[in-house]
Design a protein around this ligand. Structure first.
Ligand code: IPE
Ligand code: IPE
Ligand code: MG
Length: 252
C-alpha cells in the first residue's frame, strides 16, 4: 500500500459547466469603516474606496458573464448611524447616480433598486427613478442595489399586502404559496441569489435577502470591502463551483 498521500483532486476550473456558475451573485459589501480606520482616515474615505470596489465588481460580473449582481449598499438599520455618516453616504450615492449611470447604460447594465427608496431625499429618489428608467431596456447585466433594504421589513410589507388583498376579497388565503408571496417582495421579478458573498470577516447576513437566501451558498471573506478585487471575485466563483447543492434532496 502506498504511503504517499493521494494528490488532491484539482480544483474545479472556473469555466466549468454553466450550472456550476452562479446566475445571481449577491454581495454584502462590509468593512469600509475598518479599512479607513486602519489608515487613520475618516470613514467617508472608506466608503469612497468602497464605491470604487463596487465599480470594479460590476466590471468583473460583466467579464465573467454573471447575469445578476446584487449589492447591499445601505441597510434599513444603517439609518441608526450618526447623521454625519448618513449624510456622507447619501452624498456618495448622489454622486454615484450622477456620474456612473451613463457608463453602466453603455455597458448594457440594467439597474434596479430594492429597499425603501422613499426614505432618501427627493432629489436622490429622482436620480434613482431616472437611472432605472434609463437602463430599463438593457439585459447584459441585471444590477440591483439594495438601499435602505431590510429582509424582515420586506417580508412584513409583503404580508401586509397579501392581507390587504385577502381583505378586499381579491386573494384567497390558500392561494398564497411561495411563488405568489415571492411576487410581493422587492425581488419579485428576480431569481434567488445562488451565491452570497460577505466581506470584512463578519459571518452574518445582517438582514439581507432573508427569504431569498434559503438555499444560497455563503462565502465569507476576510477582506475589507475596499480591498475586494478581481482575484477575490474569481476565488468566490471557484469556491461556488466546488459546492454540491442539494436543495434538501438526497445527495448523489
Ligand atoms: C459597509 O461598511 C458599508 C455600509 C454598511 C454602509 P461599514 O461602514 O459597515 O464598515 P465597518 O463594518 O464599520 O468596517
Ligand atoms: C451590512 O453591514 C449592511 C451593508 C453592508 C450595507 P453592517 O455593517 O450594517 O452590518 P452589522 O451591523 O455589522 O451587522
Ligand atoms: Mg459594517
Amino acid at each position: 500500500m502506498s504511503v504517499i498521500a493521494p494528490l488532491a483532486p484539482p480544483a474545479a476550473p472556473l469555466a466549468a459547466a454553466p450550472s456550476r456558475r452562479p446566475a445571481h451573485v449577491a454581495i454584502i459589501m462590509d468593512g469600509n469603516g475598518r479599512w479607513a480606520e486602519a489608515r487613520g482616515l475618516p470613514r467617508i474615505a472608506g466608503h469612497r474606496a468602497g464605491a470604487q470596489a463596487a465599480r470594479r465588481t460590476i466590471e468583473q460580473a460583466l467579464e465573467h458573464g454573471v447575469p445578476w449582481l446584487t449589492l447591499y449598499a445601505f441597510s434599513s438599520e444603517n439609518w441608526r448611524r450618526p447623521a454625519e455618516e448618513v449624510t456622507d453616504l447619501t452624498g456618495l450615492l448622489r454622486h454615484y447616480l450622477r456620474n456612473e449611470i451613463k457608463e453602466l447604460a453603455a455597458n448594457g447594465v440594467r439597474l434596479r433598486v430594492i429597499g425603501e427608496a422613499h426614505r432618501f431625499p427627493p432629489d436622490v429618489q429622482a436620480l434613482i427613478a431616472e437611472a432605472i428608467e434609463r437602463t430599463r431596456r438593457n439585459h447584459r447585466l441585471n444590477l440591483t442595489i439594495a438601499l435602505s433594504y431590510g429582509g424582515r421589513g420586506e417580508i412584513l410589507a409583503a404580508v401586509r399586502r397579501a392581507a390587504e388583498l385577502v381583505r378586499a376579497g381579491e386573494l384567497a388565503p390558500e392561494a398564497i404559496d411561495e411563488e405568489t408571496f415571492g411576487q410581493f417582495l422587492f425581488t419579485g421579478e428576480m431569481p434567488d441569489p445562488d451565491l452570497i458573498i460577505r466581506t470584512s470577516g463578519e459571518r452574518r447576513l445582517s438582514n439581507f435577502l432573508l427569504w431569498q437566501a434559503a438555499y444560497a451558498e455563503l462565502v465569507f471573506l476576510d477582506v475589507l470591502w475596499p480591498d475586494f478585487d478581481a482575484c477575490h471575485f474569481a476565488a468566490a466563483l471557484a469556491d461556488f463551483a466546488r459546492r454540491e447543492r442539494r436543495f434538501g434532496a438526497r445527495p448523489g
